[in-house]
Design a protein around this ligand. Sequence first.
Ligand SMILES: [Zn+2]
Length: 92
Amino acid sequence: MATTKTNDQRTSRAVLRDVEPGSSVDCVRCGERVKFQAKVRNKQVICNVYENGAWVRVEHFHDECYAKAKRPHGPVDRTPVIKARQRQAAAS
Ligand SMILES: [Zn+2]
């Protein structure tokens, strides 16, 4: 009963992230800019795309566009990133 756990991370995967200020990427699905808007706190889906076990590119989607595209790179990892920016909070 060996637990053959294939540690195969070399497949496409998708994560949910905040859109950063100054973001200048376009959504792969709708072609619109993935814009930072301070009041809205937009989310984007970032996909690392692998083909035949090799990384080929990063694709960005609006959160809702990724769902509409039927999650082409698998389910979204929605684990929040640790907030390491609390020191900057006073800067605004
Ligand atoms: Zn979009």
